[in-house]
Design a protein around this ligand. Sequence first.
Ligand SMILES: Cc1cc2nc3c(=O)[nH]c(=O)nc-3n(C[C@H](O)[C@H](O)[C@H](O)COP(=O)(O)OP(=O)(O)OC[C@H]3O[C@@H](n4cnc5c(N)ncnc54)[C@H](O)[C@@H]3O)c2cc1C
Length: 375
Amino acid sequence: MKLRVVVLGAGFGGMELSSILAEEMGDELELTLIDKNDTFFFGFSKLDVMFGRKAPRDVRLPYRKIAKPGVTFRREIVTAIDPEKRRVTTNGGVYDADVLVIALGADYDLTATPGLEEGGHEFYSFAGAERLREVLPTVERGHIVIGVTSTPFKCPPAPSEAALLLHDDLTARGVRDACQISLVMPFKVPIPPSLESSRAIVQVFEERDIHFVPERKVLALDPLRKVALLNEGDEMPYDLFLGVPKHRAPQVVIASGMTYDGFVHVDPDDLTTEFPGVYALGDVAHVGVPKAGMFAEGAAKTAAAHILSQVKGLPAPEIFDGKGICYVEFGEQHTARVDVEFLTGPSNGKYTPPSLEIAREKEQYGKTRSARWFG
Ligand SMILES: Cc1cc2nc3c(=O)[nH]c(=O)nc-3n(C[C@H](O)[C@H](O)[C@H](O)COP(=O)(O)OP(=O)(O)OC[C@H]3O[C@@H](n4cnc5c(N)ncnc54)[C@H](O)[C@@H]3O)c2cc1C
């Protein structure tokens, strides 16, 4: 009998887990991979799209190219999850699973920040990045505020990267002197797990006249007065607002009753939930690591190893170590690297300063994943 695995979400986590199970189980596997989109894209490619560095069609990878033994991709919307029965309902049918993997990522709740939809922009969704691609080239002067509205949020370095890439963009168009850039962040430093990289980023912010506002969140926008309302009662006037919206698990996951405080709680060692045979990994889960593709990939490796050990009756594999690499774009085509190990290792990440070489390494990182997942 084949193992019926249903994987919800073909993002970083879902793609990695499906690839491993296909490699290890081949003909013994009947894996259904479900996603509402017809293409995959890396989170970081939203910055490429937003700043016009790449065309949207060039960063999208069509799921129809997946060619893995035992894996069937279905473009459907998940509408209900019954974790006790391991049964999933979509707009295309009903699926029963021996093993159910929830990898639906984090969704955005724009309404949680009053005024954001009417008076600002978000750059965390693909559609938001595409809209800004049209708006940014029209900016010629004024105060641009990049603001985080709540925690947790995906890829904590991304707002700092956006500020540095915005500086490059405005400089290249000859309007930087007529613009101010401010970055509002809920943390004391740009990348809390790495003080060295945070110091380097803050230094570059000073050199490039980017105003860093630590330990503040944007609670609301007042579109009529064009003012961002921050916690502690501060106000910040803006001409253009680029926001990181509030994150939460997709509504269908919340409706399944599996979430606490907005995300699915799992055993961080093996990504199992309280429901037998049901795993949750990546941004949809609360594990104690940042919400980033690298950690979703690591969690998928651990969950896949756990599934394989259960199926084959092998001893439990190594536990999830929360290890990962964060690439941080510093602008001027330079990228830095931070190696972190959240769950088992030292709390302070190892920092490698920005260079063209690391920028190429990041490019290669994307290519190897595309080849492995779609090959
Ligand atoms: C601007 C930006 C920059 C980033 N840069 C980096 C970076 O440099 N490095 C890094 O590691 N991470 C980065 N990230 C974060 C990274 O993209 C995410 O953390 C990662 O994609 C999480 O993987 P996941 O598998 O948990 O979820 P996702 O990759 O988000 O996948 C979830 C999938 O579920 C699908 N889905 C959701 N709901 C439904 C439904 N109801 N029915 C069917 N399908 C559904 C979605 O379509 C999606 O494909 C960045 C994110 C952003 C926004």
